[in-house]
Design a binder for this molecule. Structure first.
Ligand SMILES: Nc1ncnc2c1ncn2[C@@H]1O[C@H](COP(=O)(O)OP(=O)(O)OP(=O)(O)O)[C@@H](O)[C@H]1O
Ligand SMILES: [Mg+2]
Length: 497
């Protein structure tokens, strides 16, 4: 169906893709994996016409499409989703899907302006189809919700529905499971199988979640430093020593968190209610984080975890309830005052400053500091994240997804906070970097800074934390020592898969 032949794409001296050949067979689900920055998204960008190749060709159903503009590629039958979600955030979910249909509708712009019958008929048929697609991806009932107000994992499903609206034969998915917990990933796997088995689609899938890759892919190809290093069945790839070295890594020894003393309460949240628009998302949440502690907050997409962090960091006003940092009441204070008091919040989905360089982003993280150790900290972070040191002059927006995630975390550390809040730090990271991030979390705690960690990877979060809170529909449903929650049957069923 798709043949990529000796494809290269360079950025200055950087070989993001180098001489890659790959064939996707009709009706298969092919996985594309590899470390952060390996060139996976670049391959999607070249195939779909977002980037021109430096060398090589792309063929789709026998026809050469190399260098075609993106709209033409889409119209020919290739659709994609984006690693960094691209939705019209203010528009209702259903309208985002309708937009996808427009590449296919027959009515011309003139019809649209004249409001002719063809146009109206197609519009209502289009909206019907869009609703059906939303139901297919599991978003029935959310049709009128603005895309930006959906939980992150739901936005990823909406991206799939929009891609399907262009009626593709080949669907390219860029990290569809990012931001989903174990149960949601299961549902996504079933959806991807259904797309192939019932709709007859061919799927090329980039994903770091190995359970998903091994669960749905017929074959897997592996990129490393822009080159293809392996291709074959799941089993062949899983056992390939080059893949293990470059990507899967050997199970690092898990460091348990340093014992937590009976520290003072650093953050106290009491009976907090908050939300957007008319409804509440948090219905009276209480929790605390003590000195020397890693506390984790787990729960499904849309449970309110990110909303809680946003309220603590002042991005959202609490409606009732208390938030205290040490002795100081911070509920309702301005975000920069809260940063100044020592709360660093690494938001979900990166939100780095795309036009600034890597180094400028890191320095921005230290803006509230008055001490002289900033240069020292920059150098130390360069040791921890070598890629950020290598790329210090690169505009942050051109980093790969995983590289941006590392930058977001490093920027949070640059604040030398009293409390570090991380919203899904493992999002989009290759397995060996997930290990590194949890190491960083342990290092922060060992250095005396308590951490409030929100994670979809509930297993790893509970293995790393001292205390866990389970948030369900805006309420703390369960809390306890993280070790105990790991063994709790209900928690296992709902979140550990
Ligand atoms: N416009 C650009 N200028 C310079 N470097 C770039 C540009 N675009 C991409 N790169 C670099 O090319 C490399 C490959 O990026 P790509 O986004 O394809 O990686 P990826 O395999 O998708 O990684 P991830 O899993 O982290 O998303 C990265 O190191 C990235 O920093
Ligand atoms: Mg990518």
């Amino acid at each position: 169906m798709l043949a990529v032949e000796r494809l290269s794409r360079h950025f200055g001296g950087l070989r993001a893709l180098e001489d890659v050949s790959l064939a996707v067979r009709d009706g298969e689900i092919l996985g594309l994996i590899g470390p952060n920055g390996a060139g996976k998204t670049t391959l999607f960008n070249v195939v779909t016409g977002f980037l021109r190749p430096t060398a090589g060709r792309v063929r789709f159903r026998g026809e050469e499409i190399t260098g075609w503009p993106a709209e033409r590629v889409t119209a020919r039958g290739i659709a994609r989703t984006f690693q960094n979600i691209r939705l019209f955030r203010e528009m209702p979910a259903v309208e985002n899907v309708v937009v996808g249909e427009h590449v296919r509708t027959r009515a011309t712009l003139l019809d649209a302006l004249a409001h002719t019958r063809t146009h109206r008929a197609e519009e209502s048929a289009g909206r019907e189809r869009a609703r059906a697609l939303l139901a297919l991806v599991g978003l029935a009932g959310r049709e009128t919700t603005p895309a930006g107000a959906l939980a992150y994992g739901d936005q990823r499903r909406l991206e799939i529905a929009r891609a399907l609206a262009t009626r593709p034969a080949l669907l390219l998915l860029d990290e569809p499971a990012a931001g989903m917990n174990a149960a949601e990933t299961e549902a996504l796997m079933a959806l991807i199988r259904r797309l192939r088995d019932s709709l007859g689609l061919t799927v090329l899938l980039i994903e770091h979640d190995m359970r998903l890759v091994m669960g749905v892919c017929d074959r897997v190809a592996v990129l490393n430093f822009g080159r293809k290093i392996a291709e074959g069945s799941r089993e062949e790839v899983r056992r390939d020593p080059a893949v293990i070295d470059a990507y899967l890594g050997r199970r690092a020894e898990r460091r348990a968190p340093a014992a937590q003393g009976a520290g003072d309460v650093v953050l106290a949240v009491e009976d907090l209610r908050a939300g957007y628009g008319r409804g509440d998302v948090l219905h009276g949440v209480s929790l605390e984080v003590r000195a020397g502690q890693i506390a984790t907050l787990i729960g499904a997409n849309g449970a309110g975890k990110s909303t809680l962090l946003r309220t603590i960091s002042g991005l959202l006003r609490p409606r009732t309830g208390q938030i205290r940092l040490g002795q100081v009441a911070i509920g309702g204070a301005a975000p920069d005052r809260i940063v100044g008091l020592g709360v660093a919040h690494v938001p979900e989905g990166r939100q780095i400053l795309a036009r600034l360089t890597v180094e400028e982003n890191l320095r921005a993280g230290a803006y509230a500091r008055r001490d002289r150790n900033i240069e020292h900290d920059l150098a130390a972070l360069g040791e921890r994240f070598p890629v950020l040191r290598e790329r210090r002059a690169q505009p942050a927006g051109t980093l790969s997804g995983g590289e941006q995630q590392m930058l977001a975390i490093a920027r949070g550390l640059m604040a030398r906070p009293r409390l570090l809040m991380l919203d899904e730090p493992s999002l989009g990271l290759a397995p060996q970097f997930v290990d590194r991030v949890f190491e960083v979390v342990l290092g922060v705690q060992a250095g005396g800074v308590p951490v409030l960690l929100v994670e979809q990877n509930a297993q790893r979060a509970l293995e790393t934390a001292h205390w866990g809170y389970v948030l369900e529909s805006g309420r703390i449903a369960t809390q306890g020592a993280a070790m105990r929650l790991l063994g709790d049957a209900a928690v296992q069923r709902a979140y550990l898969g």
